[in-house]
Design a binder for this molecule. Structure first.
Ligand SMILES: *Cc1c(COP(=O)(O)O)cnc(C)c1O
Length: 357
């Protein structure tokens, strides 16, 4: 969908992303950086973000082959790792578009076409994709036998690095380290995500750190790393402002009734744009640096905001997320989810505008 007349826009500061990458690199002792731009860079715009950061990073990664193809179509040159699984359907695309595969199952060795580059994925405790550490010798043998493919790296993924002090993260780290003995000739080793890079600076981060949320200025879990800069601010405008009387009710199911005479603003964004319905009667937004409560149920296309005595003008700028308003941590906490989901919920209805600051 093309946004000729968008109701809201996400303003993304590209240089903030570059600064975050540099800080994460510093914190991990200058390791290589793989930027995770799956799901359209958590809706920050994969191509735009990748283009801007390309010279400061070493690798990119996305979840699906289609996401990789889109980046190549838009002129991205950096190596692109696909986290997802190769199939007979998509195997040729790795060659055509110069994408690096992940081999996480023995069948993948025969599925991929001659000359395809790949990283091995070991499951050290995530319980999602990857070989079990017990398969190390079998996998090593397959890698040696399949010289028609090019082994470029080996990785694993933490399940609990979002919070500091996790014994399980330490255990995963140990498991991964010990299986590396069988793969000493593999040129690139990586395991740390944003959580591991920010919460566990003392860990061995091997050759490269993978960061998605961190480069966008956030981390998941309880600790908040304020040395990261939030890159995105989501704004809309008040499309209608009208008086409201004490006792008047607002929105579907009439969950809110007005406590005192005042003004009500209607903002043209709803759960169809990415505002979780679970934030109904919880969210605060900012107009002219002042916070106002969102009231009544979030609808597909609109939210309503109680202004008290403030009769703000129609067309007034409303900050929904970031800047002087609630940030994505506040949203995630109130919606009982993680910051990743708050961002991936943002739909293509929301226009994206970029600046180089
Ligand atoms: C999504 C993902 C990441 C990035 O995680 P962040 O918490 O955003 O840094 C890293 N590695 C893998 C395998 C992933 O799927």
């Amino acid at each position: 969908m093309k946004n000729n007349f968008p109701n809201s826009f996400a303003h993304i500061r590209l240089e903030a992303i570059t600064r975050n990458i540099k800080k994460i690199k510093e914190r991990t002792g200058g390791k290589k950086i793989l930027s995770v731009v799956k799901c359209d860079a958590y809706r920050h715009g994969a191509a735009e973000v990748s283009k801007h950061i390309e010279e400061h990073i070493d690798w990119l990664a996305v979840a699906t082959v289609d996401e990789g193809i889109e980046l190549r179509m838009k002129g991205i040159k950096k190596p692109i790792l696909i986290f997802g699984v190769p199939t007979y359907d998509n195997a040729a695309a790795y060659i055509t578009h110069n994408l690096t595969a992940t081999i996480s199952h023995v069948t993948h060795f025969s599925i991929l076409m001659d000359g395809t580059g790949y990283h091995l994925n070991f499951d050290t405790g995530m319980g999602r994709l990857g070989f079990s550490p017990e398969q190390r010798e079998e996998v090593r043998t397959l890698a040696v036998m399949n010289q028609r493919l090019v082994c470029k790296g080996i990785y694993s993924h933490y399940a609990t690095a979002d919070d500091p002090g996790s014994d399980f993260a330490t255990l995963q780290h140990k498991r991964f380290k010990s299986l590396l003995n069988s793969f000493s000739e593999v040129p690139l080793v990586h395991m740390s995500n944003t959580g591991a890079a920010t919460n566990y600076p003392e860990f061995n981060h091997f050759d490269m750190v993978r960061t998605g949320l961190g480069m966008l200025g956030y981390n998941s879990g309880e600790t908040r790393h304020h040395w990261l800069e939030h890159a995105l601010t989501w704004k809309s405008v008040a499309t209608q402002v009208r008086p409201i009387k004490k006792g008047d009710v607002v929105s579907y199911s009439s969950t809110w009734s007005c406590p005192e005479d005042g003004f009500l603003a209607t903002i043209p964004v709803g759960y169809g744009d990415g505002i979780p319905r679970s934030l109904s009667n919880k969210l605060y937004v900012t107009i002219d640096e002042k916070q106002y409560p969102q009231v009544g149920n979030v609808t597909m296309d609109y939210i309503m905001v109680f202004l008290g005595d403030d009769k703000v003008p129609v067309g007034a700028e409303v900050t929904l997320l970031g800047g002087t308003s609630w940030n994505a941590y506040n949203w995630a906490e109130a919606a009982q989810t993680n910051v990743h989901e708050i961002f991936t919920n943002i739909t293509p209805r929301v226009d994206k505008r970029y600046s180089n600051d």
